[in-house]
Design a protein around this ligand. Sequence first.
Ligand code: KIV
Ligand code: ZN
Length: 510
Amino acid sequence: MSDRVRIFDTTLRDGEQSPGATMNLQEKLRLAHQLEVLGVDCIEAGFPASSQGDFESVQAIAGLVKNSEIAGLARCTRGDIDRVWEAIRHAAQPRIHTFLATSPIHMEYKLRKSPEQVVEMAVEGVKRAAGYTPNVEFSAEDASRSNPDFLVRVVTEVIKAGATTINLPDTVGYAIPSEYSKLIRYVIEHTPNADKAVFSVHCHDDLGLSVANSLAAVEAGARQVEVTLCGIGERAGNTSLEEVVMALKVRRDVFGVDTSIRTEQLFPSCRMLSMIIGQPIPANKAVVGGNAFAHESGIHQDGMLKNRETYEIMTPQSIGRTSSDLVIGKHSGRNAVRNKLDALGYASLEEEQFETVFNAIKALADKKKAIHDEDIEALIMGEVYRQTDRYKLLTISVQSSTPSMPAMAAVALQDGDKVLRQAGFGVGPVDAAFNVIASALGVEPHLERYVVNAITGGTDAQGEVTVRITDGAISSSGRGSDPDIIVASARAYVDALNRLHAKLHDERQC
Ligand code: KIV
Ligand code: ZN
């Protein structure tokens, strides 16, 4: 059995389906490029039949990425499979990923098909996909609640039909590690042509077991793990890429396998995702959280000073968490800024984008003494990767309230090529800012969450604000940063409105 575990990243498909994680085309391209730099074997770029927007982004990613395979998801139907092929046909390494449920509950209630019909559909779908490319993955949806012998039957038939990767997902996050590894081992051992395919696992985190289940499956012979950055995904999320990769690396003594991941790109990749989707990485998140390498207790600090390995099983540097000594400030020139951007993983900015970031850094340096890595990342996300937005905040002025006087805000916003101005009141400065922005744009979203973080320390820290808004069943998150917390709030709100607008637009196209 091979000692290499393939990393299949589905941040742009299963991850993007999670509440508030919608990305626009530019953001998807940026993340796909970073996943390629990270070294993932396969990028699942989307579900082309689900919307025109998804089709176009899969097609654009297929045109951009050269070193990772590009997969598109399809139900086991001619229409879906043809649509995937249309989207990925020009990829350097295309893969069609088709799926069909095999559990009794899904077959009876969702598909309304008999087991015989399911086998037939699976075989037909895989044959159609294999007519386009030899790189075909078949997923037996809800495998962990399927009959093991029925799974063996389906798997045997789809391998005969041309599938080269067989994925056995724990779709509803129901399995426990001992049971899941038993299932994977059973299917591999009982499938007569198992040697003709790579076995894959795809776990959800409903019981907080997705990483444990994926690792147990690797011990049982799985050689592909499907993951997302920071574990974002449907409901409680998917298996976290950084956790699986570091577990395999740190405990190589147990697993005896390698991946192709450049682990020093893990932190920049997760950080980039967090900036793009406007959701902060929780401080206690394994591997990449703010506290993952922080040692607070006296006993731990004492141990660390004597020997780091007393309390550290991996180094911050191994996941790309370096505290660079190159400090960027008011007097930094283009070279210094370019070096810093390279170190942060933004070597591929075009000249015009570099100039935009450089000028934004200079403007920030006039307001704030020390510019931290996080400040620069926030500027890049704000200035370079959000340029196709419909709404733009031009100016905002807010007067705080006293007990007898409500807070007052005045804004100028751009909506396409129109400039809109509006003034109004609120119970506090943030409320006033949000009220006037919403009324200027003629929208009435419901504000669900409002979180403020200081990106860096000190009273001149950039404030990072995350908001979550909903319009009916559609929700979106937005992020904004600025040394002025009210401006950061207004930016976050406008960002969320842009994402909501893009989502509603996409929904209408479906
Ligand atoms: O969770 C799941 O079963 C899936 C499949 C489509 C692979 O996402
Ligand atoms: Zn899934």
